[in-house]
Design a protein around this ligand. Structure first.
Ligand code: KG4
Ligand code: ZN
Length: 347
């Protein structure tokens, strides 16, 4: 199939976890970006895979319809469809994958598979007024509910992971700490909100010692658990009375862990351009720390727009567009790689 790459209307679909999302892009510009967040998981304190895939089945048609309507595009005008092939929950991925495949077959347009983690990084290349895109090479720190990685990015599709978590992801550290404090899922944004009103040095927690550029968060979670249990034994109202200080202290420790490793990565690679991505990149603590590093350490930092931090389809769309246009430029055609959902997919 031959299509003009400079006039590409692309539908992107994201369904890797608990957000059903669709976006329409015209080349590298986002025309619409719709996300249906599944609230059903709140009552269980975490994502229930079977419920997530069922909710995706219910949401996918209305979400795609809304994305097309908001962009004022008819499906017949689409040049290609991009979808998240992984990593993620298999049952969730299968809903987006099979929907994208059937729609592409029905419209006889190319189907483009996208790696969700690469998408969190390449979201920085969405064309937005006033947003300066990173230049290569840069370091990307992907921080989400499922991943914590430092990635060296030499080109759009030349990336290598130079550090990652050996146990929990940083988003899990936020969410599990929040759960201990009785906050609903996902607790990360709530810890952030409470932290704004608290003293970050009220309760010092120790940072884990992990070699190289790798991370560990499971020890911190246990440390917080024991601390809370001990304090509540002495004062049953401890959490309520100290919520802001506890959240500020947890956030301060987590941000410290992330910044220590970033500083090490900068020293090791000599690269001072830093981009962040993934749900936790919405966190005000890490955003402030990076803004300070810009002033104090001379780094060039790239903070995504809030709507491109947590899971969304616009980031899938930009990767789809980059893959599609690059291949068209090289071969004057785009060859489908097929629709394969893969729960474990590396960068
Ligand atoms: O990227 P994402 O939407 O989904 C995954 O691929 O995991 O990330 C979701 C994670 C959750 O753990 C959520 O608590 C966390 O991002 N998160 C935050 C904030 N906003 C979202 N964590 C800390 N502070 C925030 N403001
Ligand atoms: Zn994500």
């Amino acid at each position: 199939m031959t299509t003009n790459s400079t006039n590409c209307y692309l539908l992107a679909i994201e369904s890797s976890c608990d957000d059903t999302a669709a976006a329409i892009l015209h080349n590298d510009k986002v025309l619409s970006n719709v996300v249906a967040t599944q609230e059903i998981h709140q009552q269980y304190g975490g994502v229930v895979p079977e419920l997530a895939s069922r909710a995706h089945q219910q949401n996918i048609v209305p979400v795609v319809t809304a994305a097309l309507r908001k962009a004022n595009i008819d499906k017949k005008e689409l040049s290609a469809i991009a979808f998240t092939s992984g990593p993620g929950l298999l049952g969730s991925l299968l809903v987006g994958t099979s929907f994208a495949k059937s729609m592409a077959l029905g419209l006889d347009i190319p189907l483009i598979d996208v790696n969700h983690m690469k998408a969190h990084i390449l979201a920085h290349f969405i064309d937005e007024e006033g947003y300066e895109k990173p230049t290569f090479p840069f370091l990307a720190m992907t921080i989400s509910g499922g991943h914590t990685q430092i990635v060296r990015v030499d080109d759009y599709f030349e990336m290598s992971v130079i550090g990652e978590t050996i146990d929990d992801a940083v988003g899990e550290a936020f969410d599990k700490s929040a759960k201990l404090l009785g906050l609903p899922y996902p607790g990360g944004p709530l810890v952030d909100k409470w932290a704004a009103k608290g003293n970050p040095k009220a309760f010092p927690f120790t940072k884990p010692k992990v070699a190289g550029l790798n991370f560990s968060f499971s020890g911190l979670k246990t440390q917080i658990l024991y601390f809370i249990q001990k304090q509540v034994k002495q004062n049953p109202d401890f959490i309520e009375q100290n919520m802001a200080d506890i959240c500020a202290s947890i956030q301060y420790t987590i941000v410290g862990i992330l910044m220590d490793k970033l500083k090490k990565a900068v020293k090791q690679t000599g690269i001072t351009q830093i981009a962040i991505g993934g749900g936790v990149s919405a966190n005000s603590g890490i955003r402030n720390a990076l803004t300070q590093a810009k002033e104090n350490l001379g780094w060039k930092t790239y903070l995504p727009k809030f709507e491109y931090t947590t899971d969304n389809a616009a980031m899938i769309g930009i990767v789809g567009y980059l893959k599609f246009s690059q291949e068209l430029k090289e071969k004057n055609t785009y060859t489908d790689t097929g629709a394969h959902a893969q729960s474990r997919l590396k960068i």
